[in-house]
Design a protein around this ligand. Structure first.
Ligand code: FAD
Length: 542
């Protein structure tokens, strides 16, 4: 196309997915361009600068494994690094692998259209420019589309308004302010203790209480760093091949009801004291058996009751309406303790929903609360939200939004039938948000890079998931989800936080090792379930 910049591959997004994808494609000698709407790299860690933001997978594990030099030279300072440190890491990676020269920041991708005659994607950027590529990699992120509920009067508030997922870069000083925080998910749980330590008063509006485990963050000792440095290959292998969620920890051998009450209590207590997501791996049936799950849920509720002094507040904070772990488990530093402070109030909006935002604050239960600032910690339109914002047209002009109207359909979470040459990184139908995401990102990027190399070697111009393979995969994803307790929660895994979004379990819950084996097997069998077409055969058919 004359006058239009062309590449082998266009990558949308410069988070951990987009950065590594670019690196792999460079290694294959392919031309690639990354477009990123933010003014810096790092994705999640560029946008989520709210106070207290940090990872909930231990940093030594929540980091790339593709370069041994990188993993040895980068020293994490804490068990769970804060946002600023993770963002520094992303920038370090961009510099170390000289990625910036192929990344265009402040550039929104607004539409992408598949040209069936050319087997290429025509992409339109926010400034009106057109670019083109044979392949399109959507590295747009699962949690990158911040969502503010559509409260009446939203724009009328005269104070300051923030969303945790789009936090101002210059930071916010809450000293002396009356702050309303809407939401009690992971971002709220991380930020409320920090905001409360600074603000005059914090009022937390809670619809659904969350289970949260203490993070027990601490500075990493030299011994711990050495343990990892000496065992990186083995730990990384275990994360990829043995751990369902890609996080190295002990693999539970027993079910929760196979042991005595005393033994179970001791096991939960041990994991609670140690802190972290592995609390959910105390027993092997917590995600499967409601009675087993109840024992862990009850333990956490009891802990909340012990920490929170006001029994009525404790009761409100104790989740009862869904099994523990069926919403992403949160990690906290003094979240429940924060409700013992004189300057923190909890308001239940389950029974009296927020009616409206007013110039002075917000109204719920017929009462107006006045604020200087409102923080929306209301999460994301997860997994599909960033796709929905782009007009993506596949074969015969079919819109992805239309195709996904009743829930996203993919083959392996990697490709979509009728959308040839378009790859998704950690797309719906893959383990993604149920896992240590860097493990999942690396697996997807490697799979896509290997696939592109395979196509090039065979002069294949077009790769596309077949509808049959896609239907089978969607059915499988659904079937596996329903063998677990997960669908019992109204979670963002189910799309339940977005009014009108179809209730479909979005990620694949079969576990990383099983999923990885399936992807490898598909590739080893000539990309089973994908239609591969050579340029000549397309030309011959015309
Ligand atoms: C607060 C928070 C904490 C988290 N903690 C953990 C954790 O501890 N462990 C874990 O495994 N996961 C965690 N996650 C999940 C996290 O999103 C992933 O781990 C990972 O960072 C995702 O990387 P990504 O590159 O796939 O997506 P992102 O980091 O979301 O990057 C996608 C990028 O695409 C850009 N983009 C989207 N649409 C467009 C467009 N149309 N045009 C141009 N650019 C576009 C976005 O601006 C964004 O920068 C967390 C998420 C959040 C929100």
């Amino acid at each position: 196309m004359p006058g239009i910049q062309s590449y082998d591959t266009i990558i949308v997004g410069a988070g951990f997915s987009g950065l590594y994808m670019l690196h792999r494609l460079r290694g294959l000698g392919m031309s690639a361009r990354v477009y990123e709407r933010g003014s810096g790299v790092g994705g999640t860690w560029y946008w989520n600068r709210y106070p207290g933001a940090r990872c909930d997978v231990e940093s030594v594990q929540y980091s790339y494994s593709f370069s041994d030099e990188l993993q040895r030279e980068w020293q994490w300072t804490e068990r769970y690094a804060g946002q600023a440190e993770i963002l520094r890491y992303a920038n370090h990676v961009a510099d170390r692998f000289d990625l910036r020269r192929d990344i265009e920041l402040n550039t929104n991708v607004v539409s992408a259209e598949f040209d069936e005659a050319e087997n290429r994607w025509a992409v339109t950027l926010g400034d009106g420019r057109q670019v083109s590529a044979q392949h399109l990699v959507m590295a747009v992120g699962c949690l990158s589309n911040a969502r503010v509920p559509d409260f009446p009067g939203l724009g009328s508030f005269r104070g300051r308004v923030y969303h945790t997922g789009e936090w101002p870069h210059e930071g916010v000083d809450f000293s002396g302010l009356r702050v309303g925080v809407v939401g009690t998910g992971s971002s709220a749980i991380q930020s409320i203790p920090v905001i409360a330590a600074e603000a005059k008063h914090v009022t937390v509006f809670q619809r659904t209480p969350n289970y949260s485990i203490p993070a027990r963050n601490y500075p990493l000792s030299d011994d711990e760093k050495r343990l990892w440095a000496e065992n990186f290959p083995e730990f990384r292998r275990r994360a990829r091949e043995e751990m369902r969620n890609g996080i190295v920890s002990e693999i539970p051998q027993n079910g929760a009801l196979d042991v005595s009450d005393a033994e179970r209590e001791a096991a939960y207590e041990f994991r609670w004291k140690r802190g972290g997501i592995p609390f959910m791996s105390t027993y092997n049936n917590l995600a499967l058996d409601k009675a087993a799950n109840d024992t862990a849920a009850e333990f956490v509720r009891r802990k909340i009751g012990e920490v929170v002094r006001n029994p009525a507040v404790a009761k409100l904070l104790q989740p009862t309406s869904y099994p523990i772990g069926t919403k992403r488990i949160c990690l906290d530093s003094d979240y429940f303790e924060t409700f013992n402070r004189d300057n923190v109030t909890l308001v239940d909006v389950r029974h009296a929903p927020i009616e409206k935002i007013t110039p002075k604050g917000l109204v719920t239960g017929g009462k107006e609360y006045d604020f200087d600032a409102i923080v929306f910690a209301t999460g994301f339109d997860a997994m599909t939200g960033s796709f929905a914002k782009i007009d993506i047209h596949g074969r015969s002009g079919l819109m992805l939004k239309k195709k996904w109207e009743e829930g996203p359909k993919t083959y392996l979470g990697l490709m979509v039938a009728d959308f040839p040459n378009m790859f998704l990184i950690t797309g719906p139908g893959s383990p993604s948000v149920l896992s240590n995401m860097i493990v999942s990102i690396e697996q997807h990027v490697d799979w896509v890079a290997d696939c592109l190399a395979y196509l090039r070697r065979r002069d294949i111009a077009c790769v596309e998931a077949t509808r049959g393979a896609e239907d089978e995969w969607v059915a499988h994803v659904n079937e596996v989800a329903h063998t677990t307790l997960y669908p019992q929660a109204n979670s963002w895994y189910m799309g339940a936080n977005i009014p009108g979004k179809p209730r479909v379990f979005l990620p694949y819950i079969g576990g990383i090792p099983a999923y990885r084996a399936i992807c490898n097997d598909v590739a080893a069998n000539g990309y089973r379930g994908f239609a591969l077409t050579r340029q000549q055969s397309i030309a011959a058919a015309e």
